[in-house]
Design a protein around this ligand. Structure first.
Ligand SMILES: NC(=O)c1ccc[n+]([C@@H]2O[C@H](COP(=O)([O-])OP(=O)(O)OC[C@H]3O[C@@H](n4cnc5c(N)ncnc54)[C@H](O)[C@@H]3O)[C@@H](O)[C@H]2O)c1
Length: 388
């Protein structure tokens, strides 16, 4: 593997790339060889960090015959064009979540990758976090009997991190449902077997200055009678990381002095778009060093013979008379995503998070909005199960 690393190109060198770059840089099976980005300073930062080639356009990147796979990390609304351009050029695709905003766009991406015969992985998503996979494996093993119910909660400052204007407009994929709900849905679908049958949801858009969904609660039914309850608030007050050992979503020990920092920074900024751009990839030194796994808030899977709590370091099992901790070995944050890319490109093995999986999770997000609007449960018809 180390003698033949996957030659990866990147489209978009913003926040998402800044968060994922350390995993690729540290992984012996991946080499970052090229990138496309409109901003000259981003291109220079990539060249300096990785000695890679850079281009101003996606088309030029896709014409680079040395690039085997493309990581699409542009805004949601560009995913369709950029993923399809890569697939048509014969590149495997790692596509940021959500797969797209509109279901039609997601279907077009899946179809383009299938007809080009290239792999499509949707991620990074928190369903790649090692403790999630560890809990899913334990459930599949049957050691605790069947899973009956899952509870997922996450409270963050998502809505007050700097945003591009479209990130505050639901119809363009803004708000917490598309950017955050899709993580929670991915995790819960993995733990509950994947085949969601209906969703009943309420959403909250409580800040008139940022008039998109900042919160939701959803009850999801799954095949086999399993059900899951999902709650999310991005309003930056109650902080559920305190229930995860004080570890933040990116796997870092959280400084309690930073409480309220997102709101303060936003309040002090003249230009929110510029503040957002300042969080783009600038160098490897800027990227956060994690010492725990990433996580998406406290999640508990209730099984017939015990409950599983997912932590930033592994899982805790609560049996009838005994409580047990099982650690998940940590390498770097997002190492599992790099593993999945290498396995898909070199080994031909698909991870769970394929295009069809991402499409199914996106369908649940739309169903949450639909149910909140109609006041009734919304049915689902694009769901796929977790392969045994
Ligand atoms: N998995 C995660 O942890 C995570 C975190 C943040 C964002 N995301 C996802 O990543 C995507 C991007 O979000 P972001 O927060 O990084 O946004 P961002 O604005 O920080 O980055 C997007 C980048 O795309 C670039 N870009 C725009 N048009 C382009 C084009 N035609 N060709 C090449 N580059 C172009 C911009 O210059 C910018 O640097 C979204 O889909 C979001 O959901 C994922």
């Amino acid at each position: 593997m180390t003698s033949d690393p996957v030659r990866l190109g990147v489209v978009g060198l913003g926040r998402a790339f800044a968060l994922t770059a350390p995993a690729f840089a540290a992984h012996p099976g991946v080499r970052l060889v090229a990138a496309a980005a409109p901003r000259a300073e981003s291109r220079r930062a990539f060249e300096t960090a990785f000695s890679g080639r850079t281009f101003e356009s996606v088309e030029a990147l896709c014409a680079d015959s040395d690039v085997e796979a493309v990581y699409v990390t542009t805004p949601h609304g560009m995913h369709r064009d950029h993923a399809i351009a890569a697939a048509r050029a014969g590149k495997h695709v790692l596509l940021e979540k959500p797969i797209a905003v509109e279901l039609d766009d997601a279907e077009a991406i899946v179809a383009a990758c299938e007809s080009a015969g290239v792999r499509l992985i949707v991620g990074p998503s928190h369903s790649f976090d090692a403790p999630v996979e560890q809990a899913a494996k334990l459930i599949r093993s049957g050691e605790l009997g069947r899973v009956r119910m899952v509870q997922a909660l996450n409270c963050t400052d998502f809505l007050y991190r700097p945003r591009r204007p479209e990130e505050l407009r639901t119809e363009l994929g803004g708000g917490v449902i598309f950017s955050q709900g899709v993580h929670q849905v991915d995790i819960v679908r993995l733990l509950c077997g994947g085949l969601a049958t209906s969703v009943f949801a309420r959403t909250g858009a409580w800040d008139p200055e940022r008039p998109t969904e900042g919160a939701y609660a959803a009850l999801i039914d799954f095949a086999g009678g399993v059900f899951a309850s999902l709650t999310y608030s991005g309003y930056g007050r109650f902080d559920s990381d305190g229930w995860q050992g004080g570890v933040d979503e990116l796997g870092r020990d959280k400084d309690p002095g930073l409480y309220g920092a997102a709101r303060r920074a936003l309040g002090a900024a003249d230009d929110e778009t510029a503040l957002k751009a300042a969080r783009s990839f600038t160098s490897m030194a800027e990227t956060p060093a994690a010492s725990h796994h990433e996580h998406f808030g406290p999640i508990i899977a209730f099984c017939e013979k015990g409950d599983i709590h997912l932590t930033p370091d592994g899982i805790e099992i609560f049996g009838d008379e005994r409580r047990e901790t099982r650690p998940a070995p940590f390498r770097t944050a997002r190492a599992e995503v790099a593993d999945a890319l290498v396995a898909a490109v070199r080994g031909g093995a698909s991870p769970l998070q394929t295009g069809r999986w991402g499409l199914a999770s996106l369908e649940v997000c739309h169903a949450m909005l639909e149910s909140a609007e109609s006041g009734r449960p919304a049915a689902l018809r694009r769901q796929i199960g977790v392969p045994s």
